[in-house]
Design a protein around this ligand. Structure first.
Ligand SMILES: Nc1ncnc2c1ncn2[C@@H]1O[C@H](COP(=O)(O)OP(=O)(O)O)[C@@H](O)[C@H]1O
Ligand SMILES: [Mg+2]
Length: 420
């Protein structure tokens, strides 16, 4: 039997390792570097590709990559050269996420609906451009900026200041050598994740994240304060449109252009007048979206990841999903996304009911005690027969968990309720 190596240390990776360890085809699941909730942690950082490859080789691992950075650095190409089995896109295919400019040009030439845009490296030309527009814009750094390189603007002045932040002050370093200025689309945001083997893509699930730190989507952006799946914001008609116009077109065009895409394809969508527009692609599961999505899986995830790598998804049965809602509530340390204390002991895990799973993110296990070790600490993830019951199950469970600086939003999932 094969072993699994999950790469990463967040809630997403705990969810993946939790789900994969349920497969009858798996011997042991390792996580590198993992967190206080994952088992068999291997202390190799996600950017040490050589050490990860040699661990995978010695331990006969099928490797599953959680975060984008190692994908953008070419971990899949490296493992393939060494004949190691690994799930995820190649470095070239990962450009869908690692270069927003690459992705926008790709969408443009393949008629994939997205906000109209221009690209700049000269601040003066960018200033003149935004002054000439009659609509609001979003200014985006080209490269990976840990979810911070996008500035949504409410006026020309804000746009000019955003241009200066990225192109002049270089707040995001080389990731901001070039920028996209695109039309701001005001609508409802949701995400749609599919699994591809390079030839076809099967839908995983729709979901909605909550990016801002405070209730009612107020305050600064974070890595995500909670998510639920499925989201009623994406109804059947819209799902069909997204699958056909966006996901299938993307997978076909990537194949056609010789950047075959294998892995999880995540489309960040804005819905305006019942039409979906792609805000961005991610080339991996979202975090926290991964947590509610894995909770709803009624199939052996490992078999599907193998089929993605082998290009055999079309011979797999349609994956079965629990006919329930799942809500993941992120418990953070107060002060996140700025500064916050670490090393506070967390208690209450023994009081969590059966329909709830607590995924760890910023935690560590010190001699059997679980200590906080990051801004986003836990993802309390609950199932329920309805969205409303999943929400109340998640909040009831989250109340059992405590540590001095625990913080969470009180409205996760609620924005889905009016759409039911
Ligand atoms: N064209 C747009 N119109 C309106 N809002 C946008 C647009 N592009 C991005 N946003 C907002 O900015 C957020 C971050 O942008 P995104 O492209 O997803 O980059 P990243 O996740 O890398 O920060 C989105 O989740 C969305 O809320
Ligand atoms: Mg995004």
């Amino acid at each position: 039997m094969v072993n699994i190596l999950v790469i990463g240390s967040g809630g997403r990776e705990h969810a993946l390792s939790w789900k994969l360890s349920q497969s009858s085809k798996i011997n042991k699941v390792f996580t590198a570097p993992g967190n206080g909730g994952t088992e068999n942690n291997i202390p190799i950082p996600v950017d040490d590709l050589d050490a990860l490859a040699s661990f995978a080789q010695k331990n006969d691992c099928f490797t599953v990559v959680g975060p984008e950075a190692p994908l953008a650095a070419g971990i899949v190409d490296k493992f393939n050269q060494m004949n190691l089995r690994i799930f995820g896109p190649s470095k070239n295919a990962a450009q869908l996420e690692s270069s927003k400019i690459w992705a926008k040009n790709f969408m443009k030439r393949n008629d994939i609906p997205t906000a109209r845009f221009e690209i700049f490296d000269d601040p003066k030309k960018a200033h003149d451009y935004v002054k000439s527009l009659s609509y609001n814009v979003v200014v985006k750094a080209d490269g990976l900026a840990a979810g911070k390189g996008v500035i949504v603007c409410n006026s020309t002045e804000e746009a000019i200041s955003a241009i200066n932040t990225i192109l002049v002050k270089k707040t995001f370093g080389d990731a901001g050598n070039r920028i996209i200025i695109e039309e701001r689309i005001d609508g409802i945001e949701a995400s749609y994740i599919a699994l591809s083997d390079g030839n076809i893509a099967i839908p995983m699930a729709s979901s909605q994240d909550h990016k801002r730190i405070f209730d009612d989507d107020k305050g600064p952006n974070t890595g995500g304060m909670g998510a639920y799946s499925p989201t009623p914001v994406i109804n059947e008609i819209l799902a069909k449109k997204i699958q056909e116009k966006i996901i299938n077109t993307t997978i076909d065009a990537m194949k056609e252009e010789k950047t075959v895409f294998k892995g999880f394809l995540y489309a960040g969508i804005m819905i305006r007048d019942d039409q979906p527009y792609v805000l961005e692609y991610n080339v991996r599961m979202g975090d926290p979206e991964c947590q509610p999505i894995t909770m709803r899986m009624d199939f052996d995830l490992y078999e599907y990841l193998v089929a993605s790598v082998d290009g055999t998804l079309s011979s797999m049965p349609a994956p079965l999903w629990k006919n329930q809602s799942a809500v993941c509530l992120v418990l953070a340390s107060n002060g996140y996304p700025e500064s916050y204390p670490n090393n506070e002991e967390i208690t209450g895990f023994d009081l969590i009911p059966e329909n709830v799973y607590v995924f760890h993110a910023g935690t560590k296990n010190q001699d059997g005690r679980i200590l906080s070790n990051g801004g986003r600490v836990l993802g309390v993830t609950a199932l329920g027969d309805t969205l409303a019951s999943a929400i109340s199950n998640a909040y009831a469970a989250a109340e059992k968990i405590s540590w001095p600086h625990k913080y969470c939003r009180t409205d996760i999932g609620k924005k889905g309720l009016p759409h039911l």
